[in-house]
Write a protein that binds this ligand. Structure first.
Ligand code: SAH
Length: 188
């Protein structure tokens, strides 16, 4: 896993997802060699770079042009050989005309979560996976509901990470924001 501080970052673009969270997303996504991945909301590219190190091809969408620039910088720095196509636009439009994929990763959806998952489901291979990272409470519930409706048997984990910081008194544990990871599988 790439250390957080290795990513180039600008204040206007969220991310990268913390190393511990990226680790769990990779684990729950079951991403593997040969996979084709669609990522919606690449932000700083925290997940994009990790995915591109493991999959055959990654399509990464963001509606913010600056996010794509930052992601590109991180890809050049951290995985120049990665097969990544960056697509500017709102997810629902950008998803048109993509070939079938094995994995959908949603890092941002701005109110279009259900539509994005339903649309992606049609292009998702049988046995393919959907993973959503959620900061908002509502995103947790909405992800579960739509995946249940699609009979994807969703599971959810919530991570509360605390990192040790050295102080004069000893090692102080400092908490990061909790993040939920909701995942489901398209039935064979
Ligand atoms: N996981 C990323 C951070 C994601 S931040 C990382 O590790 O770096 C979420 C991103 O989703 C933002 O850049 C935002 O512009 C994008 N986004 C939100 N809704 C979107 C939509 N409907 N279509 C495309 N991009 C979207």
């Amino acid at each position: 896993m790439i250390p957080d501080e290795d990513f180039y970052k600008v204040p206007e673009v969220p991310g990268p997802s913390k190393e511990e969270v990226r680790c769990l997303v990779m684990c729950h996504s079951r991403v593997k060699e040969g996979d084709v991945v669609l990522e919606v909301g690449c932000g700083t590219g925290g997940l994009t770079v990790e995915l591109s190190r493991r999959a055959a091809k990654v399509y990464s969408v963001d509606k913010n042009p600056q996010a794509l620039e930052v992601t590109l910088t991180n890809l050049r720095k951290l995985n120049p050989q990665g097969e990544v196509e960056l697509i500017l636009g709102d997810a629902l439009e950008a998803m048109e005309d993509l070939p079938p994929y094995d994995l959908l990763v949603v890092g941002g959806s701005s109110g279009e979560l259900e539509e994005i998952i339903r649309k992606a489901y049609q292009q998702l291979q049988a046995g393919g996976r959907v993973v959503v990272t959620a900061i908002l409470l509502e995103t947790r519930l909405r992800s579960l509901k739509v995946m249940e409706d699609l009979e994807m048997e969703p599971r959810i984990v919530e991570v509360f990470v605390a990192r040790g910081r050295t102080t004069q008194m000893g090692t102080m544990m400092q908490g990061l924001n909790p993040v939920a990871i909701i995942s489901g599988v398209k039935k064979l």
